[in-house]
Design a protein around this ligand. Structure first.
Ligand SMILES: Nc1ncnc2c1ncn2[C@@H]1O[C@H](COP(=O)(O)OP(=O)(O)OP(=O)(O)O)[C@@H](O)[C@H]1O
Ligand SMILES: [Mg+2]
Length: 374
């Protein structure tokens, strides 16, 4: 059985956890459906479990519409859950509104894709950061203390000297500087978790690395747990300790980033990698773009993600999967543990050999299966 499902292993580094989390958005009824019939919903996220650890970056990768942002918003408690649980420090967190939500935000902050949209164009950097410090009671008791806190925040995101930036408006900054201000604003809460939803995808390629390196530096210096959402699986390898792969609202594979990107187990991860060639992986000239030895049949362009209103039964990837078997059409695959902490939700690994030594082979596997069915 997968680590994420075991009762309570003593893992003190885990700060934020999602357990079997789902989010379904009801579809607004058209005139015809008002006459009756079942209420339809977008199955944006289904049965997602993940753990964020201090001092560690977890990448969440997947195509557009796979549910990545919804997972981040659920972790930030911006939406109520359809089912499942979010735990902060091992305790169920139900933020609600008002004071309880603010207390939650002190620990868990988000950074969005577009810093232009997330910063108010009529306000200066000083205004944005002072306001964030005040909300979280960290602006100090005097003007000097506020100035010191502002300078410290800008120093953390390497915008120095602070005086050069404090009275600038968002449009006077470069894209990279704006995103650094957005990160500084998130840090004003002194959070332990940063949920970064495609934090560099709107930035020029030339400055992406600088912002990712900044986040990595913050992870180390502030011991932050970072969720890094991206559809660029190559950047996950570079930047994240752990990589999780989502497809059509479900988590399909996870493990340390090096393993997942170099030895992808799930056919979908292979497809993702094959469509994002990585120079380190491709050795011969002739097989450029081929991610794994057995995937000659994989055409990265074949098919597209399914409707999330009536997602395919069984494995949601089966209509596109070159290795689909009969059971994939009807039975949802549970997580199967592979070596080195890697796992894949794929029936290909339903073999005793896939279960690591030390766990009870067949019973572990069938246990995971019955869990998924329940
Ligand atoms: N508030 C909402 N109401 C209805 N449907 C929604 C809502 N938010 C998201 N969805 C749907 O949920 C699914 C997942 O969306 P989500 O934004 O989480 O995907 P994503 O992986 O972040 O995609 P992208 O890479 O494009 O940002 C999509 O089908 C989307 O249309
Ligand atoms: Mg998104």
């Amino acid at each position: 059985m997968s680590e994420e499902h075991t009762a309570h292993p003593a893992d003190e580094r885990v700060v934020l956890e999602a357990r079997g989390v789902s989010k379904h958005f009801p579809v607004r009824r058209g005139p015809r459906s008002l006459l009756g019939g079942p209420r339809r919903a977008v199955h944006a996220v289904d049965d997602v479990s993940l753990r964020l650890r201090r001092g560690s970056v977890t990448a969440l990768v997947g195509e557009s519409g796979s549910g990545k942002s919804t997972v981040a918003r659920l972790l930030a408690q911006l939406y109520p859950l359809t089912s499942g649980e979010i735990l902060l420090d091992g305790r169920p967190a139900r933020a609600g509104r008002g004071r309880a939500f603010r207390a939650y935000c002190r620990h868990v902050q988000m950074v969005f894709q577009d810093p232009f949209a997330s910063l108010n164009p009529v306000h200066t950097v000083r205004y944005h950061l002072t306001r964030a410090l005040r909300i979280h009671g960290r602006a100090g008791n005097s003007r000097q203390e506020t100035e010191a806190a502002l300078a410290e925040l800008l120093g953390r995101v390497q915008l120095t000297p602070a005086g050069r930036y404090l009275d600038s408006f968002p449009h006077e900054l470069s894209g990279g500087q704006r995103q650094r201000v957005a990160i500084a604003r998130a840090l004003a809460a002194d959070p332990r978790v940063l949920l970064a939803d495609e934090p560099v995808s709107m930035l020029d390629v030339s400055i992406r690395l600088g912002v990712l390196n900044l986040l990595r530096d913050l992870k180390e210096r502030l011991d932050l747990a970072i969720l890094y959402i991206t559809h660029d699986i190559a950047s996950a390898r570079y930047f994240a300790d752990t990589t999780l792969v989502m497809y059509a609202g479900r988590m399909v594979e996870g493990g340390d980033s090096e393993t997942v990107t170099q030895r992808p187990a799930h056919p979908y991860t292979r497809l993702l990698l094959a469509s994002a060639p990585d120079p380190d992986r491709v050795t011969g000239g002739g097989d450029a773009g081929s991610a794994a030895p057995e995937d000659e049949d994989t055409d990265p362009a074949a098919g597209e993600p399914p409707s999330l209103i009536s997602p395919p039964a069984g494995c949601r990837f089966h209509p596109r999967c070159p290795m689909a078997m009969e059971r994939c059409r009807t039975q949802t695959p549970p997580r199967f543990d592979l070596d080195d902490g890697q796992w894949a939700a794929c029936w290909l690994y339903d073999t005793p050999a896939a279960v690591p030594a030390g766990t009870s082979g067949a019973s572990g596997t069938s246990g995971a299966g019955s869990e998924a069915a329940s």
